[in-house]
Design a protein around this ligand. Sequence first.
Ligand SMILES: [Mg+2]
Length: 239
Amino acid sequence: MIYFYRLIQPFKALTFDLDDTLYDNRPVIKRAEKKLIHFLNQSHPKLLKFTHKNYQFYRKKILLKYPKIYFNINDWRRQSILLSIKSFGVQSQLAIIISRQAMSLVNFWRNQINISTDTHYILKSLSAKLPLIAITNGDMNMKECNINQYFFEIFRSGVNGPPKPYVNMYDLAAKKLNLLPNEILHVGDSLNTDVLGAINYGMQACWLNIYNKSLLSSKDARVLPHFEISNLIYLKNFV
Ligand SMILES: [Mg+2]
């Protein structure tokens, strides 16, 4: 299904969101955090009763202390884990060691992502015709997930600038491609990061709506995308 909202101009490149656009990220994070809690429970007697609720509490605490920490999701996770361990009474040096091990474990599970053959197919066929750049607010590793071959470049929030909808990473992408903003189509699942940022920067925006949400009644909607698709496969109609 495709719905059109604005006049589409020909585009010469695509930028892509990663999480929840190329794969369902929610079960990935859920499993990674489950592994984290289990690891912490085993790693020290004082952490035996540490729960996911405790982890959420310390994540919020870190965010209150450093409001911009969400720019870098990986750093936020690292600091939350360390604070969690220390707050449960583990001595400082040991807390650092345990938190490093915990981070390697979470980073491993965070990248155990099943990219569907359909997604591989569409990325392969699009990248054969146009340059693709990834713009993410997350921390997935494209190489570990075996999709880096389709992308010309990746920009990450916290590393390359503030997160979407801030326009900085869109601007980096346009400069890297040496194109005007409206010569680029951004594709993403989020109305208030992907679509809003792309439209504010002057790019064309495609909203991937796999959950059949209503654009007009969605609380996340800020601006209209150029068009909406229910599956990435519809992008084939445009290139
Ligand atoms: Mg997303």
